[in-house]
Structures are given as structure tokens and as C-alpha cells.
Design a protein around this ligand. Structure first.
Ligand SMILES: CC(C)(COP(=O)(O)OP(=O)(O)OC[C@H]1O[C@@H](n2cnc3c(N)ncnc32)[C@H](O)[C@@H]1OP(=O)(O)O)[C@@H](O)C(=O)NCCC(=O)NCCS
Length: 148
């Protein structure tokens, strides 16, 4: 099945938010408020195939840390996993960030998300954690960083 990757648009939010809980297998939609597509769509990506949205990456070039880019969210439809789509989305974001002069990409995940930890390790990120209280009391996170 052919998959096409394009820059995201604000209107992609409604489609994406409708699938994330199913793709993650747990309630996760609150982690992706509409502001991310409204304000970071130019640095975010959507993959589509004949069945619709096959994957997405929500990322941005840090407005405060000029050396850094940040990937907030990546998801691939269960039907499209294991074929390198998330790797392709990350590579495109790395290229976009490097062409803006960014030298490192960061991301985080929960310590329970073993698939995300394995994926980021495969993508060459260093893994630090669990970092206790990273997102507030009792909210531990794994911290990923990769040089560009
Ligand atoms: C994690 C996720 C994005 C991976 O998407 P994908 O398109 O299947 O990943 P790819 O096929 O591009 O895999 C790239 C590499 O990561 C590895 N990888 C991906 N998912 C993995 C998993 N669950 N366990 C172990 N390794 C994994 C692959 O083996 C591959 O490594 P290789 O190239 O060295 O063989 C997808 O499983 C997903 O959407 N999961 C639910 C949402 C989620 O947890 N998102 C991340 C946190 S924001």
C-alpha cells in the first residue's frame, strides 16, 4: 500500500485525535491538545495511505533553545507498523531540524512505554531515566536525546 507523507495542517487535528486512544491502546488524547496542530503544523508531519491516516509526527523547533528541536508525539496505525514509517517520519523531522541549524532532538516518554523506548533506542537516541518527578510529583519520565 502506497504511503504519502506531507506537512501537517491545523485541520488534521480532528482526524488525529480521533485515533490516538485506539492506536495507543489507552486514553492518551489529553496529551495532544489542539494547540500543537494550530501552532506547530509547519514542523509536523502526516502520513496517509488508501485507508486514511497511517501515521503522524508532532514536533517543533524550540523557540527558546536555538540548538534544540523537540518531538512531542509520534504514532503509527497498527496496520502500518513494523515497516519503517516511524523511522521515515523521524528522518524527515531530523532533516527539517538540521536545516534550521538545530543540533539535537529531544523527546520523552513514560517508563511503561516499552515500545517507545525500544523505538527511540533503535533511532539512536540516548535514554536517561526514569527521571523521578520529571513532569511533577509522581510523574516519572524517560528522556531521549539524539545529536543531529
Ligand atoms: C512506536 C511506533 C511509533 C513505532 O512505529 P513503526 O512505524 O512500527 O516503527 P518502525 O517500523 O519505523 O521501526 C523503527 C525501528 O524501531 C524499532 N521498533 C519500533 N517499535 C518497536 C517496538 N514496539 N519494540 C521494539 N522495537 C521497535 C524497529 O524494530 C525498528 O528498528 P530497526 O530499524 O533497527 O529494525 C508505533 O509502534 C506506535 O505508534 N506505537 C503506539 C504509540 C506510541 O507509543 N508512540 C511513541 C510515544 S509518543
Amino acid at each position: 500500500m502506497e504511503t504519502r507523507v506531507r506537512q501537517a495542517e491545523p485541520g488534521d487535528y480532528d482526524q488525529i485525535i480521533g485515533v490516538v486512544d485506539g492506536w495507543w491502546g489507552r486514553p492518551i488524547a489529553s496529551v495532544l491538545p489542539r494547540l500543537f496542530l494550530d501552532h506547530f503544523h509547519r514542523t509536523s508531519l502526516v502520513a496517509e495511505d488508501a485507508e486514511g491516516t497511517a501515521g503522524f509526527l508532532v514536533g517543533f523547533l524550540s523557540p527558546s533553545e536555538p540548538a534544540h528541536a523537540y518531538i512531542h508525539f509520534v504514532g503509527v496505525a497498527p496496520r502500518a507498523r513494523g515497516r519503517g514509517l516511524a523511522r521515515d517520519l523521524y528522518r524527515r523531522f531530523f532533516d527539517l531540524a538540521a536545516s534550521d541549524g538545530r543540533t539535537a532532538v529531544r523527546a520523552i516518554t513514560s517508563p511503561q512505554n516499552e515500545g517507545s523506548i525500544a523505538f527511540h533506542t533503535a533511532m539512536g537516541f540516548t535514554v536517561t531515566g526514569p527521571v523521578a518527578g520529571y513532569d511533577g510529583p509522581g510523574v516519572d519520565r524517560m528522556v531521549f536525546e539524539r545529536a543531529l
